[in-house]
Write a protein that binds this ligand. Structure first.
Ligand code: PEP
Length: 229
């Protein structure tokens, strides 16, 4: 089970409440060092594909490694929606980060219009086809309609899509693809975390809003440990 908390562009909680946390934190860049120094497994929220260069506002894998950061999110739907992230740039970021030695959580998921249009599997196939299996790569299935909306996919909906993702991965990448771990993300809260993570193809959770509350986030981490230690 892999649980990660995405603090987005929020400062996030004081770290005292997170001591002993068995989960990844993805703070804003300004708090990366503080989280690393506190002994938390710390990921960035994005990473560029070049080691350095004229890319204003970006950060590179070597720079993150120098800080002691262990990995990065890539392709979060908010990056795709608001900042022009494409399947191609997601692939470039992912490959460069993995090659540099970072772990990666790569996010995929359909919008409400795509789901209602019956395109969920096609969208996921397109997003997954640019990602090569790697031991340090974890996927996060995040239906865009469930992110920050309070609408959670039901456990059955999550399981159905996770199983479909695994089938697509098997098709695209053979057994290495099928072994990738897949987190569910989208309004995960302490109240629904256990049921979501009880699904056989759900290997953890990517948590946004609820990760800003240390007690709630710790409860989600504990639900994951209870499920599959
Ligand atoms: C996220 O930011 O990845 C996310 C799933 O957010 P929330 O839990 O707030 O829906």
């Amino acid at each position: 089970m892999i649980v990660a908390g995405n603090w987005k562009m929020y400062r996030g909680p004081e770290l005292d409440g997170l001591r002993g946390l068995d989960a990844i934190v993805c703070p804003p860049y300004t708090r990366l060092r503080e989280c690393v120094d506190a002994g938390l497994t710390t990921y960035a929220q994005n990473v560029h594909w070049e080691a350095e260069g004229a890319y204003t506002g970006e950060i590179s894998a070597p720079m993150l490694l120098e800080l002691g950061v262990a990995g990065s999110l890539v392709g979060h739907s908010e990056r795709r929606q608001y900042f022009g992230e494409t399947d191609e740039t997601v692939a470039k970021r992912t490959r460069a980060a993995l090659d540099a030695g970072l772990k990666v959580i790569a996010c995929v998921g359909e919008t409400l219009a795509e789901r209602e249009g019956g395109e969920t599997e096609d969208v996921l196939r397109r997003q997954l086809s640019v990602l090569e299996p790697h031991p340090s790569l974890v996927l996060a299935y995040e239906p865009v309609w469930a992110i920050g909306t309070g609408k959670t996919a039901t456990a059955a909906q999550a399981q159905e899509v996770h199983a479909a993702i695994r089938a697509v991965l098997r098709e695209l990448g053979g057994s290495a693809g099928a072994e990738l771990r897949i987190q569910y993300g989208g309004s995960v809260k302490p109240e629904n975390a256990a049921e979501l993570m009880a699904q056989p193809d759900v290997d953890g959770a990517l948590v946004g809003g609820a990760s800003l509350d240390p007690d709630g986030f710790a409860a989600i981490g504990a639900a994951a440990v209870a499920q599959r230690p």
